[in-house]
Design a protein around this ligand. Structure first.
Ligand SMILES: Cc1cc2ncn([C@H]3O[C@H](COP(=O)(O)O)[C@@H](O)[C@H]3O)c2cc1C
Ligand SMILES: O=C(O)c1cccnc1
Length: 352
């Protein structure tokens, strides 16, 4: 049986010397210091994370983790649970938003079925790592058994190992799972000690009655699992989901492998929060792609001290907000690498 012991293995430290070399290069490029704003600091951060003064984003890996949630039966989503497996098929055929973004970016896309309610069977580009036919309804029982939690975390670690094997400059985790905004909200509320209505949003577009059912389901879940709030791994087991645990595992594995990761929206953000609570040294390895329009994401970002790259009013998931930010991160790297220095260009007024 798989265990979670690997999550306690050492995490890499960013390379301060590579970061400093990148910072000095930015000062010598033909522009007033700081005038490219966060395009400068993002390139410097990527340099420290990749351990090279000129960071590259040629090989971007996107992995969408899909799973279902027992809490869907509480009527918390605007869409039926069958959409999860239907979207797995859509990913495999290349018709989803993340499929288009991955193609446009020239990024490799993998889908991991961590436990949709229906088994999609073998599909091209879909890895089966099923921990069950969806989690248990967390308003009545822990979402996962200890074995399922370990299996889901391990599925994330294995996805990072495959990415590393293929060569990976940057890792993007996405998710698909009907009702997972309820799950992300419950986990966020437990870990940040917030009221359900402060973190629950409309997800796929629930009406007022749906939102009230969602807040109520979260309130009941928090009451049932109250004792776990101080233990992030146990909170993840009781209030999380297979795909959220897999993403948390992937972030921890990225930090252990020295691969920077871009976090997507609210759901991936909840996984990031869990990962950082389990292993605080994971935090430097995470960049934040965008601010989701989902209620609760802004508070989650604030708690993580995260300033997202984009704020486009997106609220889809699948890794789409993180993928969109890769275009900006690539521009940051291209400027950093390709601009002339004051000295090279014979422009006056550069650093002494
Ligand atoms: C067609 C479709 C594609 C999606 N892709 C991502 N999500 C997003 O919506 C779901 C979460 O919202 P809720 O908690 O309200 O169910 C997740 O699957 C998330 O990835 C989708 C949702 C739908 C309907
Ligand atoms: O921010 C997200 O990740 C999100 C928001 C709504 C629905 N699905 C995902």
């Amino acid at each position: 049986m798989s265990t979670t012991a690997w999550t306690r293995e050492p995490v890499r430290r960013p390379d301060a010397a590579a970061g400093e070399a990148a910072r000095l290069r930015q000062q010598r490029l033909t522009k007033p210091p700081g005038s490219l704003g966060r395009l400068e600091t993002l390139a410097v951060r990527l340099a420290a994370l990749q351990g090279r003064a000129r960071p590259r984003l040629d090989r971007v890996r996107i992995v969408v983790f899909a799973a279902d949630h027992g809490v869907a039966e509480e009527g918390v989503s605007a869409f039926p649970q069958a959409v999860t497996v239907e979207m797995i098929r859509n990913f495999a055929r290349g018709g989803a938003a993340i499929s288009v973004l991955a193609r446009t970016l020239g990024a490799s896309l993998e889908v991991v079925d961590v436990g949709a309610a229906a088994d999609p069977g073998p599909l091209p580009g879909v890895v089966a790592a099923r921990q069950g036919a969806g989690t248990a309804n967390f308003t009545r029982a822990p979402a996962m058994t200890p074995g399922q939690l370990a299996g889901a975390l391990g599925a994330g670690r294995e996805a990072v190992a495959r990415a590393r094997e293929a060569g990976c400059d940057l890792f993007v985790a996405g998710e698909m799972g009907i009702a997972n905004t309820t799950v992300a909200a419950a986990l966020t509320a437990a870990l940040l000690d917030l009221a359900p209505d402060a973190v629950a949003g409309r997800g796929t577009g629930v009406d007022d009655a749906g939102l009230a059912r969602k807040v109520d389901a979260i309130r009941r879940a928090l009451a049932l699992h109250r004792a776990a709030a101080g233990d992030p791994m146990e909170a993840l087991r009781r209030l999380g989901g297979f795909e959220i645990a897999a993403i948390a595992g992937a972030y921890i594995a990225c930090a252990q492998a020295g691969i920077p990761a871009v976090v997507d929206g609210f759901i991936a953000g909840a996984a990031a929060l869990a990962a950082v609570r389990v292993r605080p040294e994971v935090r430097p390895w995470l960049l934040f792609g965008h601010r989701s329009a989902e209620g609760g994401h802004a508070r989650l970002l604030a708690a993580l001290g995260a300033e997202p790259v984009l704020d486009l009013g997106m609220r889809l998931g699948e890794g789409t907000g993180a993928a969109a930010s890769v275009a900006v991160l690539r521009l940051a790297c291209a400027l950093h690498d390709g601009m002339a220095t004051f000295e090279e260009a014979g422009v006056s007024g550069g650093p002494a």
